[in-house]
Design a protein around this ligand. Structure first.
Ligand code: BTN
Length: 260
């Protein structure tokens, strides 16, 4: 995006706070406004971005969600893309998606202890969506985009799941910079577990935050022939696949989304 303004003081503050991180913070970009941090990440990746680059924007004009949906991104929320260079075994890529959700849920729980995860990585409070994750794979790079409704004070548009923000639910404004640092530190710790192949610990954390087990839900995957069906959620398996029961018996679901 043209005319992007980098907020250098914020970049320095965040970079200094990430000194203890193993993977994140080699480069920090903090923009006042952009079209989408996913687009910025793509551009940096094409220029061989360093592993662990963090891109943050205070506002997005073309924020993207999963399945080509829009991500409402006014000032007040937190919009981050992380660039990671890693070879992750194909069957363990689902765990990367779960750990991104665990990281935002851990940070949101510091303000709202009731926050929980809807498979694979949406964070909900009172069944309203507070944050979502979009992952794109570009060669051996992963661009992990997370949008968190921290101080958003109103929502406009159409949403698959009713959105809310920490502010609207609690009445308290969050310091977004503190939130960002907490999120990045949690992410770095969980990503370290992934890189050390400590998958069981990530799965245990995810299981302890999940709100979907034992529920009848609508399972949706617009990419498949059977776009939507009712299923009963049993568990997740060792690769993060959702184990569900339907009239066809037990199935393991690789990707999609569920609605309560
Ligand atoms: C979802 O549909 O739940 C995923 C939303 C992901 C939104 C984030 S905000 C930062 C990054 N930039 C984008 O344009 N999208 C992701």
């Amino acid at each position: 995006m043209k005319n992007q303004i980098r907020l250098r003081n914020k970049e320095i503050g965040i970079k200094n706070s990430l000194e203890s991180c193993k993977y994140l913070g080699s480069e920090v970009l903090y923009l006042d406004k952009t079209d989408s941090t996913m687009e910025d990440a793509r551009k940096f990746i094409s220029e061989n971005a360093p592993d662990g680059t963090v891109i943050i924007a205070e506002e997005q004009t073309l924020g993207r969600g999963r399945y080509n949906r829009k991500w409402y991104s006014p000032k007040g929320g937190v919009y981050i893309s992380l660039i990671l260079y890693a070879e992750i075994e194909k069957e363990k890529q689902g765990i990367l998606s779960l750990m991104a959700g665990v990281s935002s849920c851990e940070s949101i729980r510091e303000y709202m202890p009731d926050a929980n995860i809807k498979w694979p990585n949406d964070v909900l409070v009172n069944e309203k969506k507070i944050s979502g994750v979009l992952i794109e794979k570009i060669g051996n790079y992963y661009s992990i985009g997370t949008g968190i409704n921290t101080n958003t004070d109103k929502f406009e548009g159409e949403f698959m799941v009713e959105p809310a923000s920490v502010y609207l639910l609690s009445g308290n404004k969050i310091d977004n910079e503190d939130f960002i640092i907490s999120y990045l530190k949690n992410f770095d710790e969980n990503y370290s577990l992934l890189r050390e192949k400590n998958y069981n610990l990530i799965l245990a954390k995810w299981n302890s935050m999940a709100s979907c087990f034992g529920k009848n839900v609508r399972l949706r995957n617009p990419m498949l022939k059977e776009k939507e069906k009712e299923v009963f959620v049993r568990s997740i398996d060792e690769n993060g696949l959702l184990v569900v029961e339907s009239d066809k018996g037990i199935e393991k679901i690789i990707s999609g989304e569920i609605f309560y």
